[in-house]
Design a protein. Structure first.
Length: 445
């Protein structure tokens, strides 16, 4: 009996009917013949409610079955589908309201889905959730409110579908750009891949000299035997170490479209590392703030992307100030082979760049360093708005100065031979992969 009352709810139509009955009772005070008719209507509504309850409770528990089929993990900053299946075992059509206990991180308290399911049939639907932070997300119960065509009474079915889903760095974004590792044209990003003869220790063959070949590769012993100029030909080196270095300090806490710059960098690192591995390079990562947080040594194993994904998922930060001196010392000690270092960071003022510039120069002497930092899209929007007052003009002038400083910082880094990418957060992954492919094509590493 306790379960019966807990699962019994009144529908909107019943409240409307009760409100009409109350008004009619009020009117019957002046129109006495209306009084017995109103009582008949009231008893009629009561009888209808009894029949409605009988229909809904004719099967104790198996009238409605529901199941939420969650994926193993969610992709951060992407829309993830949450499929739900509902089976109607009643011998009549039902009207259903669905309330799902969504994780508190989404702060979504108005979730309600209304559907109609024919008798003895199954209905499948899904809704999408977009997490903006990594971590564990706890789903609660799934509540189904069932009504007959009359819709006076609701019966609640609660299904204990509690489950935990981990939100990982954006593997959807990683798969989206997966084609760049095999596509030969890549015209979408203005790149042209070419076969380049390398000058590494990966020997390919000895061939006759032709005009335009590098004379430094002449093989004098083979030349003496053949009586004609012969040269050594080498393959472009593969399995080069590629490191993604993530600045996890407070400058990366700024959010764009609810996602922090740190998570943009983490998503980009996963997609970029996947491309590097498929290009047969060694991929690794380092995250740091005031100390070194994570270090995944570079490896060329195809399954290594899972190791990188786990490290990125577990990356945490207190958003303290970044210590580039510690980073330089760690790289000097731990990364002994010349590598491509992709540094994700952010500088809001040129003075902050100049403080770190000596360390960046020191890293760039031994490694191929690419510094990636962010354009402030909010400033762009502010500059694009029409100025309607003196205050607007003042704000736009400051915004333009900040935008100019960003470009000045990029030129300052390039002056010291440091590759730079100034990008919006939304285009970070595309521009990072694009820069990597450009460096590989030009043989800069």
């Amino acid at each position: 009996m306790n379960h019966f009352f807990k699962s019994l709810y009144l529908g909107k139509r019943l409240f409307y009917a009760i409100a009409i009955i109350a008004v009619l009772f009020l009117l019957s005070y002046w129109f006495h013949p209306l009084y017995p008719i109103v009582w008949l209507c009231a008893w009629g509504i009561l009888i209808i409610c009894i029949f409605d309850i009988a229909w809904l409770y004719n099967r104790q528990r198996s009238g409605i079955l529901a199941q939420r089929n969650l994926p193993e993990k969610f992709s951060n900053s992407d829309f993830n589908a949450v499929p739900i299946r509902i089976e109607n075992r009643h011998a009549f059509e039902v009207f259903i309201e669905i309330i799902d206990e969504i994780p508190i991180q989404f702060q979504k308290r108005d979730f309600l889905k209304k559907i109609r399911i024919p008798k003895k049939s199954t209905f499948d639907f899904e809704y999408a959730l977009r997490p903006v932070k990594r971590g564990e997300y706890q789903f609660g119960s799934l509540h189904i409110y069932v009504m007959t065509r009359i819709q006076f009474i609701k019966r609640r079915h609660s299904f204990d579908t509690a489950a935990m889903v981990k939100v990982y760095p954006s593997f959807i974004q990683m798969k989206k750009y997966d084609f760049l590792a095999v596509d030969r044209s890549s015209t979408q990003f203005g790149l042209k891949k070419i076969r380049r003869i390398g000058h590494t220790m990966e020997f390919e063959q000895i061939k006759e000299y032709v005009m335009g070949d590098d004379i430094r590769t002449i093989n004098w012993k083979a030349t003496a035997k053949k009586g004609t100029l012969m040269i050594n030909q080498f393959q472009d080196q593969k399995s080069q170490p590629i490191y993604s270095i993530i600045d996890a300090s407070r400058v990366m806490k700024m959010p764009f479209e609810e996602v922090s710059l740190l998570d943009y960098a983490i998503n980009s690192t996963l997609a970029f590392s996947n491309i590097a591995l498929k290009k047969q390079d060694k991929a690794g990562m380092i995250s740091f703030s005031n100390t070194i947080d994570k270090h995944v040594p570079a490896s060329a194993k195809k399954t290594y992307i899972n190791t990188i994904s786990e490290a990125l998922y577990n990356s945490t930060t207190d958003f303290l100030d970044a210590d580039y001196g510690t980073l330089y010392g760690y790289i000097k000690k731990q990364i002994t082979q010349r590598s491509l270092c992709i540094l994700y960071t952010n500088f809001e003022h040129i003075s902050s760049l100049k403080r770190q510039l000596p360390y960046l120069q020191a890293i760039a002497k031994k490694h191929m360093l690419v510094v990636i930092f962010f354009e402030n899209t909010a400033l762009k929007e502010l500059v694009a708005q029409p100025a309607t007052s003196l205050q607007n003009i003042y704000e736009q002038t400051i915004a333009q100065q900040f935008s100019y400083d960003k470009k000045l910082m990029a030129k300052e880094l390039q002056k010291y031979g440091i590759q730079t990418v100034l990008t919006t957060p939304q285009e970070l992954t595309v521009n990072t992969i694009n820069k990597y492919l450009e460096i590989k094509a030009r043989g800069l590493l």
